[in-house]
Design a protein around this ligand. Structure first.
Ligand SMILES: [Zn+2]
Length: 890
């Protein structure tokens, strides 16, 4: 599963237990459900009622009883069980108990159920939800006509299949599922498998799908509506892109990308994709992300559909990355599934790593490994891993990649940066340590050994150890079972030796328990080939490196650790002589040291100023942009802000002036990405020429939309929106209401949410309560106002007053995170108490980790703001370098 819109915020600290994990065993897998009854085949029939938004269902489940039982315990949530029978014998109503709290359905049997095969039959009714959980409906405007239409979709991960049909809803209970659904005659219905039969019944049609292979319940899918598709084949596999009527052709790019990705994975995993078809389904709302249902992957529409005339290059890249992530799950997640949610990283860390690797393989020009800095738009959360993971992992509120999961709420909140991004980052480090081919051989062994079954992290280490003949588990345990990550300090000693010492790297975490790691370190004397060294103790010595040679650790930034050089070592490192990956790595480490209060801000800006003044290296510039953006946000309301903005512009304008507004013939793709980033950044930094340029282009666009390149539209609209007056705001709003393209709609509403005029910010917030936007997007309009406008207080006041209506648009996991997430952009200590009090009075215990994490963030921002303000005065006030006179005379 991939969340595109929710800034996942987490916390909880576990003791660092380093006990070895066991290989997969069904019996020993954690979970609530007893393991003496195992379902093997489900036959489910669903009849939705689109007027009342309810559905009726019946199911027959074949059971294999492994030791005699007196009751059956399975999952059901918000389902009314109308009748139940076992082996054809009806149970009395008193034998049927559903418990909302535990999400369990208990059936008490009249007599002991003996070992062997049995058959359970149930009939039930349930709800069709507004928010994207269980079975849900989406209202959308039809392409071409603008008519309001309704369609259906499902979202079951982590624990919501039980809202659709009673089931053994834990990943280790693999079964075959056969779905039948009754839908209007003019609808297309889609599920994991192809349609097996279709028949007309009383003004509707009944569609029966083929049975799935053995899989986990959360991977079921059902989508239906007035849909179109385009299709192709890749070997024996039918590939389709399915969208609402009139939009299927916009799936052309996704269709081609899918074929390429599928072929690559068929080879990489050594087991070909096992289902007869793979559908990529675009949903115009309901949920905001993508979900790897086996054979029927669902996507938020703008993460799948690409309109060559109106979509931006960023959208295209995002689509490829999301597809590559989701299709990787067809193996890692679907064919082989983690035994329990404590191993969720096996699914998500792996799919994130694999998706990025595949994207980089076919699109080297996008620099996906490098663009891992905090993205400007948190809705783009794919492929950009290491820095985000390390930021959260340095705090007191982090947790090990592998964490104990007891409840449904914990399972849902395991989907966080640590699981996805630290997981990905660790796998990348391990792959580069073991070697690409050896690593792939290990993965092939793992897939072959566990296909159609479940696994634990230990199973993966065993396969990689066998392939590499190296003690992978020993190296990996520290990274998977401990929170945090190391800092490696470089000291040149008097005798010429270089001492490397490791310690835990932390930010805003004074008394952190000390930890050690086995670090697969890479290092290079600048100008020579990198070498590898496995550090297994607190401190090691590098010999034979002469005192006048520069030494760079963490070659290409592929390792998940920070490096702190002593002064002589810093002085030898001449940035312009390093490759771009190493430059970005040094900048990122320097900035992290500043955040950790291990270095003054002058260390970072000293490095940034040494870079070529009009460099157009995308990742390097974006690293600088992200730092400037963070400081600019912290300084809202500070008298120093104007001076800082002038300084920040002087660092960025020369590059923009080199690139210009219009794409040049033959320029690299990254120049286009960078142009967009710079317009956004300089717009935020109050650059009058950029603002005027955006306004002029917006006016022309209104007269002739083709005059503005789709790549520039999101940035130009955002800058125009940021400085909008009422008339401009209204114009942007009209455009947003009218368009039937989800991507365009988002561009306009994102622009509205940037408006800094508090009166307009209030108008934007009010839209969150209407049905103008899909539910999953509407509530994040408030988050966006909090982040973009400097009026976090206005956004929070609005949210608090309308919390009930807002939360009705999100699922339970979202509800736990939503209120705390709106505090993330405060940097005033007094908000800590406010959040704690609010949480105590209004939030469920499951929100505790979110609250702790946001409390830490506010405290960090408050402290960092004070520290920065003092140091920035000295830095930005110093004598300007000659470069600045080229910055547009500001
Ligand atoms: Zn995923």
């Amino acid at each position: 599963m991939l969340f595109l819109f929710l800034a996942a915020l987490f916390s909880i600290t576990f003791p660092a237990a380093m006990s070895a994990e066991k290989p997969f065993s069904f019996k020993e897998t954690p979970g609530k459900l007893p393991k003496d009854v195992v379902p093997t085949d489900y036959f489910v029939r669903i009849v939705p009622d689109l007027d009342k938004f309810i559905f009726t269902g019946t199911e027959t489940v074949k059971l294999s009883v492994r030791s005699p039982v007196h009751q059956l315990i399975l999952n059901a949530l918000e389902l009314k069980i109308e009748a139940a029978s076992i082996d054809g014998k009806e149970l009395p109503a008193s034998a049927i108990k559903t418990a909302h709290e535990s999400e369990l359905l208990t059936l008490t049997l009249p007599s002991e159920l003996a070992n062997g095969d049995h058959s359970l039959a149930l009939s039930f009714t349930g709800k069709i939800n507004q928010q994207g959980q269980g079975l849900f409906y989406i209202r959308y405007q039809e392409q071409g006509t603008g008519t309001k239409k309704t369609m259906l979709g499902t979202q079951f991960e982590a624990t919501d299949a039980r809202r659709f049909f009673p089931c053994w809803d834990e990943p280790a209970f693999r079964s075959r599922f056969q779905l039948t659904a009754v839908v209007p005659e003019n609808w297309l219905a889609v599920s994991n498998m192809p349609v097996e039969s279709e028949k007309k019944i009383a003004g509707a049609k009944e569609v029966r799908f083929a049975a799935t292979p053995q899989m986990s319940s959360y991977l079921n899918v059902f989508v239906a509506g007035e849909l179109d598709f385009i299709e192709s084949r890749s070997g024996p596999t039918q590939i389709r892109v399915i969208a609402t009527k009139g939009k299927a052709e916009l799936g052309r790019y996704a269709l081609e990308a899918t074929a390429q990705i599928l072929q690559y994975y068929n080879d990489y995993f050594g087991v070909p994709y096992p289902l007869p078809k793979l559908d990529q389904i675009a949903l115009p709302g309901g949920f905001g992300g993508a979900m790897e249902n086996w054979g029927g992957i669902t996507y938020y529409e703008s993460a799948l559909l690409f309109d060559p005339k109106n979509s931006s290059a960023e959208t295209k890249q995002n689509i490829y990355e999301v597809i590559a992530h989701e299709v990787a799950h067809m193996w890692f997640g679907d064919l082989v599934t983690m035994a329990w949610w404590d191993n969720l990283w096996l699914n998500e860390g792996f799919a994130s790593w694999m998706g990025t690797k595949c994207t980089a393989r076919f699109n080297p020009q996008w620099e996906v490994w490098l663009r891992r800095n905090l993205p400007r738009d948190p809705s783009r959360r794919v492929g950009i891993a290491r820095e985000q993971a390390m930021e959260g992992d340095a705090r007191s509120t982090t947790h090990p990649i592998q964490q104990r999961i007891a409840t449904e709420a914990e399972a849902n909140s395991a989907f966080d940066d640590i699981t996805y991004k630290k997981g990905q980052s660790f796998l990348r480090m391990l792959e580069s340590f073991l070697g690409e081919d050896v690593f792939r051989d290990g993965i092939r062994r793992y897939i072959a050994a566990h296909k159609y079954s479940n696994s634990t992290t230990a199973d993966l280490w065993n396969a990689l150890s066998e392939a590499s003949k190296k003690p992978v588990e020993e190296i990996a345990n520290g990274w998977i079972q401990q929170p945090g990550f190391p800092l490696v300090k470089v000291n040149r000693e008097a005798d010429g030796k270089i001492r490397l010492t490791q310690e835990r790297f932390t930010v805003n975490f004074k008394k952190a328990p000390p930890l050690e790691w086995k670090i697969p370190l890479t290092y290079a004397v600048v100008g020579e080939a990198p070498a590898t060294l496995l550090i297994t103790s607190k401190s090691v010595v590098l010999e034979n490196i002469s005192a006048d040679r520069a030494l760079k650790l963490n070659a290409k930034g592929a390792g998940n650790y920070r490096v702190e050089y002593d002064e002589p070592s810093w002085n030898l490192l001449a940035l312009p002589k390093l490759g771009v990956e190493d430059r970005v790595n040094l900048l990122s480490d320097a900035w992290a040291l500043v955040q950790a209060d291990r270095a003054p801000v002058s260390l970072y800006f000293g490095l940034a100023e040494k870079l070529p003044v009009s460099s157009t290296d995308l990742a390097e510039r974006e690293q600088v942009i992200n730092v400037l953006d963070l400081i600019n946000g912290l300084l809202v309301g500070d008298p120093q802000r104007e001076k800082f903005q002038r300084y920040a512009r002087s660092l960025l304008r020369p590059t923009f002036d080199t690139l210009g507004w219009e794409p040049k013939e033959g320029e690299p793709l990254t120049a286009g990405n960078l142009r967009v980033s710079l317009i956004n950044a300089l717009g935020d930094l109050d650059d009058p020429e950029i603002i005027a340029g955006c306004r002029e282009r917006f006016e022309k666009y209104l007269a002739n939309p083709a005059s503005l390149s789709p790549d520039l539209r999101p940035a130009v609209f955002a800058v125009v929106g940021r400085y909008a007056d009422e008339k401009t705001w209204t114009k942007l709003h009209e455009l947003g209401v009218k368009t039937t393209s989800i991507e365009e709609k988002q561009n306009y509403y994102n622009a509205l949410a940037c408006a800094t005029d508090p009166k307009l910010a209030k108008k934007t917030l009010a839209i969150a309560l209407t049905d103008e936007l899909p539910t999953s997007r509407a509530i994040f309009l408030v988050s966006r106002v909090a982040r973009e406008t400097g009026h976090s207080d206005v956004a929070w006041d609005f949210a608090r007053a309308n919390m009930k209506a807002l939360l009705a648009k999100t699922d339970a996991a979202g509800a736990n995170r939503y209120a705390p997430s709106l505090f993330t952009f405060f940097s005033d200590d007094s908000r800590v108490d406010e959040l704690k009090t609010y949480a105590k009075n209004n939030l469920p215990p499951a929100s505790a980790r979110e609250v702790a994490k946001v409390v830490d963030e506010i405290q960090f921002r408050a402290e960092f703001k004070k520290r920065l303000a003092a140091q920035l005065t000295a830095w930005t006030g110093k004598k300007r370098s000659p470069g600045e006179t080229r910055s547009g005379g500001l």
